[in-house]
Design a protein around this ligand. Sequence first.
Ligand SMILES: C[S@@+](CC[C@H](N)C(=O)[O-])C[C@H]1O[C@@H](n2cnc3c(N)ncnc32)[C@H](O)[C@@H]1O
Length: 338
Amino acid sequence: MGSSQQNDSSSNHEEEADILQAMHLASISSLPFTLKVVVDLGLLEIIAKAADTPPGTVSIADIVSKLPTNNPNAHSIVDRMLKLLATHSILTCNQITGQDGLTQRSYGLSSVGKYFLQNKDGVSFVPMLRILLEKYVVECWKFLKDVTLEGGFSCKKAFGKHLFELLADDDDMSECFNRLMSIDTTFTMNQVLKNYKGFEGVSQVVDVGGGVGTNLKLIVSKHPQIRGINFDLPQVIKDAIPCPGVEHIAGDMFMEIPKAEVIFFKWVLHDWGDDQCLKLLKVCYDALPKNGKNVSVEAIIPEVPETDIISKTILERDIVLFQFFQVLKRGPNKSSRH
Ligand SMILES: C[S@@+](CC[C@H](N)C(=O)[O-])C[C@H]1O[C@@H](n2cnc3c(N)ncnc32)[C@H](O)[C@@H]1O
């Protein structure tokens, strides 16, 4: 009897936890939208500035006093948004009691929240957050159901083109996309270069689909003996960053790429299906000397999804990429191709 009561109570707890998790998932979209508004209002900068002086947090009244508003409700709206960010550990939150005896919340920037503020290199995850809430991405989501049932891919259904064709016609979005790639790349390549030793002793690297040249800038600054060629489409190369030791060349990688000892790709193969990748790798093969090598940095899609943060992040990005390129992904095991 006792044990059946215990079983009932633990299954009640499990059911309650499941219901709460489902409720949480159903309302999770509040988070990115709120975070974007908080960023757009400059609230993280206000909080970060205050965090430089003890106690490292700033009261909601002080935060709102820095906003250009007379709205009597601003205090309550801002407090609501910041509480949500605090529950996701983007901010810290304390209750403080003023000299008047009234309590109010005060907020500080957490160790995660600081990645939504520009660091000393001018990079943060804000461009990524923004672009995923931008018109092109939001519009594509509306077509995923049709794509699932009827085939095709969202970007083509929504705009009649794939992403790189869209960007060729939209300078603002192209610049935004290139900046986003450059920032994401800075975080990732700094980690890659800490661990990867394959650039030691190398004298030439061509970065194919290298964007504005951020990969090579980081590679060459760590390995100054390397002469780099950053290769991308003309609409991207026009915004490339001048960098000593790096030459920028525009072209179409499916036609011909500059010859070099190492051909480097980062997040390029994931944009294309098997046939296109094969075509690209043949072009690379022709551009490599006898002992040359191809180095590619890509996220590996897990065969069986785990619930850890790496798998979640990879799969969240994968579904967005799919909408732009309709690539049916390869996992680590070639036979698992869907
Ligand atoms: C996902 S981005 C990756 C950018 C860069 N490798 C990085 O890691 O930041 C893919 C890049 O491939 C470039 N690309 C697409 N089609 C191309 C083509 N036919 N020839 C050369 N580059 C191309 C895009 O312009 C874009 O910069």
